[in-house]
Design a protein around this ligand. Sequence first.
Ligand code: NAG
Length: 392
Amino acid sequence: MQFCSQGHKQTVLKLLRLILSYPDCRQYYTSIFVGNPPRPYFLDVDTGSDLTWIQCDAPCTNCAQGPHPLYKPAKEKIVPPRDLLCQELQGDQNNCETCKQCDYEIEYADRSSSMGVLAKDDMHLIATNGGREKLDFVFGCAYDQQGQLLSSPAKTDGILGLSSAAISLPSQLASKGIISNIFGHCITRETNGGGYMFLGDDYVPRWGMTWAPIRGGPDNLYHTKAQKVNYGDQELSMHGHAGNSVQVIFDSGSSYTYLPEEMYKNLIDAIKDDSPSFVQDSSDTTLPLCWKADFSVRSFFKPLNLHFGRRWFVVPKTFTIVPDDYLIISEKGNVCLGLLNGTEINHGSTIIVGDVSLRGKLVVYDNERRQIGWANSECTKPQSQKGFPFFL
Ligand SMILES: *[C@@H]1O[C@H](CO)[C@@H](O)[C@H](O)[C@H]1NC(C)=O
């Protein structure tokens, strides 16, 4: 989730614009406006989680010092357990007869957690045509954070849940007929950031996108399936031999990209074979593997290609992660590998594509047609497909 904080996006209905700041950390956030009068909150944009939550004075037990004052719910804003979204969120545990509130607890991959109650309040959105919309939005009023989520000062006030669950922001907007259940983001490769994000289909390009079907997983995340994965010309094997497909999850809530351990090991071996002269700097704790960048080390690295779709398809479907999209320059000036061992976060058999590898692309999550699309982009300006010549 949150290795450290960076980046900013603004929420606008059908279009969120994203403004990023520091290059040292990789977290992208957006502002939303909640309550009456509307107050701003910065939320970490996370396609890997269901529930949106905001640090909350309910009162708060453990909250980080964030950029804004805690959200303070009026009593009537607390969602009762019989609410459909509460039932969906709690599943089997929705059986408390005497409860007056809907409790939740989420644990993230880095073992940080958030606990709270569901609240329902006005969310204010600005449409691409300048119109304003007010939505009754259900989110977590988060009064007990642990782990990384508690480190102060935090760049964000909470998390924006963008999965395909009914409680996620796009699903809630879609269920009210405000948008179709599609959204996208585009993060620039520029070190000082920039980019945008949108909700709804107004900015989905009609052509030039590569689409891969979303395969239902055990959760509401954006799973796809890659037929093979190559580092340069070399196929990275799974389960001991090449040709085995692998699950891929697109997760903007993850700063880095994770590979199944076997692939990770193959990759490290391939890098070492290619460049026996690399000097590792183990005193650099930025990431597990950092090399001294005393010459153009980066040119030794090759693209990582995730191949989707059947091989006999005429148009190859490839998600290419060029070296710039998996290498990080540390504060010491070393080149560090932003591809990590998935087993470390209990994802031993899944590729998790995180922020570092989502840059330089328009990525669209289409929950209507159940597909994920991408196209290379500078991410400077969203292009409306519906004849609106202007955006905000
Ligand atoms: C990956 O992580 C697991 C769990 O921490 C560890 O046992 C394993 O040795 C690691 N593999 C590599 C290649 O670093």
